[in-house]
Ligand binder design. Structure first.
Ligand code: ADP
Length: 410
């Protein structure tokens, strides 16, 4: 089956074409036929595409809106230049969509029906920056390919629907949850699930035996406590602002600080929230950048005090979450790193793992240093009771596989 995977944002569209089926999934043999990113939709869009050989090419095109962008993608992946081997639109068998918020309604990926579209729309209130674009992506794909091609929604929140009540509730008056849905939803679920599934494949163990802490460290960062293969707790909450220190997000903060900053700086509460979302984290502390690669370079080459401080805070917070989850879960078998930072920054992994000797973890430095650029493997010593792994996340692949499963089951 050929699945078109779409991840639609406000001015960006990411896509992949994946050949997959039950056998390929079991044998980890799915094929990526093409992938790409369209940025600055709404004007002269910048398009970067890669064929199966991974070679990138760049161009621009005038793409007025998401609908035009999806139309461009469908035309390109079925063209000779796309070189996917797909000859016509009829060779695209299904579309899988990343949808950020599925609220409490969706614990699994589902076929898009008018009812599902309405539910995604209802959730716009919770994810105003994402769900409208995810929904527009679905509508654009329906228009480009017709009603005959099934569309599947894969939710970032779905994996965390297994959180028990004591983990997903905030300790605020209970009616606020009942009346307004104020609770921890968690995000990055597709990534945490993708990593947990691959870990299980690598160790050849059943889902019930997966007892790990996953750290997705990218621009956004989150930790997840996984027991019996299911999410038991996660660091992002009602929105993706809670939890770890991130590129531009503060993560955990005393809520009383919001009003205090608003008063002192003459800002409205939405302005303070925006400050916590886009001016904080690594960027806010360092005053330099939200990019970990650049921060590490500043720390290394110029011994920049605030760059070092931001990195220290980033690792300290991550370590606290790992420690808390180890305690809450009564121990775990592994800490698993993923995301741009988790997959590429051995020094960050080492600093987070440092001090877990009491839990039985010792890092093999040379193995750790070699795990970069998409490599997967264990970097703890053989004797370690608590292992440390790098397992690159592949959200698009998981979306393609879910799409295949949902469509085949239907
Ligand atoms: P997103 O969350 O947007 O998907 P990514 O998972 O691509 O982002 O992660 C982006 C982060 O990964 C950035 O902070 C970037 O600096 C960091 N990163 C990428 N490569 C490296 C590297 N070689 N060393 C350190 N950090 C890296």
């Amino acid at each position: 089956m050929h699945v078109l995977v779409l991840n639609a944002g406000s001015a960006t569209l990411k896509f992949q074409v994946v050949r997959t089926d039950a056998e390929r999934i079991a044998e980890n043999r799915d094929e990526k036929l093409a992938r790409g990113t369209i940025e600055r939709i709404g004007g002269e869009a910048v398009i970067t595409v890669r064929g199966a050989d991974g070679v990138a090419s760049r161009r621009t095109a005038s793409l007025r809106d998401l609908r035009a962008a999806v139309e461009w993608v469908v035309a390109w992946v079925t063209s000779e230049e796309g070189a996917t081997g797909l000859n016509s639109r009829a060779d695209l068998h299904a579309v899988g969509h990343r949808v950020v918020h599925g609220g409490e309604q969706f614990a699994h990926s589902v076929m898009v029906t008018p009812q599902v579209s309405r539910a995604i729309e209802d959730m716009i209130e919770f994810a105003p920056l994402h769900n409208p674009h995810n929904l527009a992506g679905i509508q654009a794909a329906q228009r480009a390919l017709g009603d005959g091609v099934p569309q599947v929604a894969v939710f970032d929140t779905a994996f965390h629907q297994t959180l028990p009540e004591h983990a997903f509730l905030y300790a605020i008056p209970y009616p606020l949850y009942r009346r307004h849905g104020v609770r921890r939803y968690g995000f990055h679920g597709t990534s945490h699930r993708s990593v947990a599934y691959r870990y299980r494949q690598l160790l050849d163990i059943p889902k019930s035996a997966v007892r790990i802490i996953t750290l997705h460290l990218g621009n956004g960062c989150s930790a997840c406590a996984i027991a019996g293969g299911e999410s038991m707790d996660t660091s992002m909450g009602f929105t993706p602002l809670e939890g770890l220190v991130m590129g531009t997000r503060s993560g955990d903060i005393d809520p009383a600080v919001l009003d205090y900053i608003a008063t002192k700086e003459g800002l409205s509460l939405p302005q303070v929230e925006a400050l916590l979302n886009s001016q904080s984290g690594l960027l806010g502390v360092s005053g330099l950048t939200n990019d970990m690669r650049d921060l590490l370079a500043e720390a290394r080459e110029h011994d920049d005090r605030r760059a070092k401080l931001a990195i220290r805070m980033f690792c300290w917070r991550a370590r606290k979450y790992v420690g808390a989850y180890l305690a809450a879960m009564g121990g775990a078998d592994a800490i698993v790193f993923a995301g741009g930072i988790g997959e590429n920054a051995p020094e960050i992994r080492a600093e987070i793992c440092d001090g877990f000797e009491w839990a039985g973890l010792t890092v093999n430095d040379s193995v750790n240093d070699a795990l970069v650029g998409g490599a997967e493997g264990r970097f703890s010593t053989d004797e370690s009771r608590l292992a440390a792994w790098v397992v690159p996340t592949d959200e698009e692949l998981l979306i393609a596989r879910d799409t295949c499963r949902v469509v085949t089951r239907a």
